[in-house]
Design a protein. Structure first.
Length: 531
């Protein structure tokens, strides 16, 4: 809104507002007066909140729109009166010690073994002092000490220089081995990539921090180092794509992205497709997950189709999990389609205030299905055992839910164009894909793993704003793919990327042995050979 179009702000205190409402009550019908009165009181309440210094935008959103999370414990604080279980959905109190990390949660910590100053295993007990009372080693007591340090550190080697007073020849001390052959160690580019693509820190922000630390690292230098580090990572990245194409299960989704050069080229060429996206594809190969990112003009389904072109012949038809958008489907390949159940649930979450009883019914039924899936996961059931559990426990629940939704439509208990009618129509329209987990072993219920992976690209977009070139986008896709695959495999991304960069020749010879879930054995062999 232009400044000159802004309305005049009128401030009324409680007494003035009451007087105004008294005058309006005389001239307006009762129903209309109640609506106007509620609107004016709401406006006064909002203005008072905005004027308070401690009212943030986030708090204001929470006060007006309620909690953002869609967890059942927040949506349904109490079970409805007609619920036979009588159980409460109220949030359980946190267990004692919740939120604290034990020593086992620090696998990357440097370990220091501390022996007893005066005693050792086999010594007599100073307390008992008998031959039968000997000391034996037990589980060590552990203390975690955490310190801070600059992200990128530098060491300045000052080499002594001697000069002959007669001939003038100078003699410089030889640099120690730790000085290295180049100014920047291979790990510097790796750490910059982790900060940029793994944590969403743009180059200019890291440059500012490094300047404060007294170790300058300009933005242009950061890009050069990061791009150089991406070259040795090409072989395992290509191998990751090849392995990922052979998966039995694929998840995909995309989000908007900005690539300046690509956007300019599309505008100048007059292309009908102007959107730019980053697609996340998560494929499950055996017990391992492969995360792949693609940035460009293609939609998620087109990128998945390109990946499936590298799929070996003779493999079984894969499962494809996505939301119900048509652009997520690989048109040229036949897959077992599964749709995300929480997406269907979300339609009912959005209309809970308007249709509380009906939405409670749907959300409670789906909660039983998610509970069964969590039980299968916690018990470590095989895909076939999980399928049997869902068919026995979740099947009747989903059948009852489908019957109830059909009755709402057929008996005209719901208006088709209402929010409830549209929510039911979505579920019924995609019912086969939403219930694939009841017919196919290993079919997932949700696309959450892919949506969580997309947060990495969204974080980059929010903090770094955009890629400048298509090459920059490709480098970003490479690093994001390897970093997220490490996280899914439980591997340390920094150690993995550093190991690959430092052993580039070995990796190039057999990249399959240097994937995030099996590189440690190859690294141990390489280190043993070096020694």
């Amino acid at each position: 809104m232009a400044k000159e179009d802004a309305p005049k702000i009128i401030t009324l205190d409680a007494v003035q507002l009451q007087e105004l409402l008294g005058q309006l009550e005389k001239h307006l019908p009762a129903s209309l007066f109640e609506t106007v009165s509620a609107m004016l009181r709401t406006l006064k309440w909002l203005m008072e909140l905005i004027q308070k210094r401690d009212t943030t935008i986030r708090r204001l959103q929470r006060l007006i729109f309620g909690v953002k999370t869609e967890k059942g414990s927040n949506l349904l604080p109490e079970k409805p009166d007609d619920d036979p279980s009588g159980k409460s959905n109220a949030r359980k109190p946190a267990k004692k010690g919740h939120g604290r990390n034990g020593a086992k949660q620090y696998p990357g910590a440097r370990r220091v073994e501390v022996t007893h100053a005066t005693l050792q295993p086999g010594d007599l007990c100073p307390q008992c002092r008998t031959d039968k009372a000997r000391l034996s080693r037990r589980t060590p007591s552990q203390i975690v000490r955490i310190i801070a340090q600059p992200i990128i550190q530098a060491t300045l080697f000052s080499l002594e220089v001697l000069r002959c007073n007669l001939c003038g020849k100078t003699f410089t001390a030889a640099p120690p081995p730790q000085a290295g052959a180049a100014k920047y160690d291979d790990t510097v580019g790796v750490m910059i990539a982790l900060m940029r693509f793994g944590a969403g820190m743009p180059h200019y922000r890291l440059a500012k921090m490094q300047q404060d630390f007294g170790v300058p690292l300009p933005s242009a230098t950061q890009w050069e180092l990061m791009e150089a580090s991406s070259k040795p990572l090409e072989p395992p990245y290509k191998e990751l794509i090849r392995v990922g194409a052979q998966a039995a299960l694929f998840h995909n989704d995309d989000t908007n992205m900005r690539v300046h050069d690509l956007k300019r080229d599309r505008t100048q060429s007059g292309s009908k497709r102007t959107g730019i996206f980053t697609t996340s594809i998560i494929s499950k190969v055996g017990d391992h997950h492969v995360a792949l990112y693609y940035t460009g003009s293609n939609h998620a389904g087109e990128n998945l189709a390109g990946l499936l072109e590298q799929r070996a012949g003779g493999l079984e038809k894969p499962i494809h999990m996505c939301d119900a958008l048509s652009r997520n489907l690989p048109k040229a390949f036949d897959c077992l389609l599964a749709n995300c159940l929480p997406h269907g649930r979300r339609y009912f979450v959005d209309i809970m205030e308007a249709f509380p009883q009906e939405c409670h019914k749907v959300i409670n039924d789906l909660a039983l299905v998610f509970k069964n899936d969590a039980q299968a996961r916690n018990q470590g059931l095989s895909p076939s055992e999980r399928l049997a559990l869902h068919q026995q426990e979740s099947g009747p629940v989903m059948d009852g839910l489908k019957k109830w939704m059909d009755e709402q439509v057929e008996q005209k208990k719901v208006e088709p164009n209402s929010g409830l009618g549209e929510a039911i129509a979505y579920m019924c329209r995609h019912w086969e894909a939403l219930t694939l987990f009841l017919r196919v072993a290993g079919a997932p219920l949700t696309n959450n793993i892919c949506e969580r992976a997309l947060k990495m690209a969204i974080l980059h977009r929010k903090n770094s704003l955009a890629y400048k070139t298509e090459n920059g986008a490709r480098v970003g896709d490479l690093f994001m793919s390897l970093i997220q695959t490490c996280r899914l495999a439980g591997a340390n991304p920094y150690e993995y990327l550093s190991s690959v960069v430092k052993n580039a020749d070995r990796v190039r010879g057999d990249p399959h042995q240097w994937l995030p879930w099996n590189y440690t054995q190859s690294l141990a062999t390489a280190e043993a050979g070096a020694n």
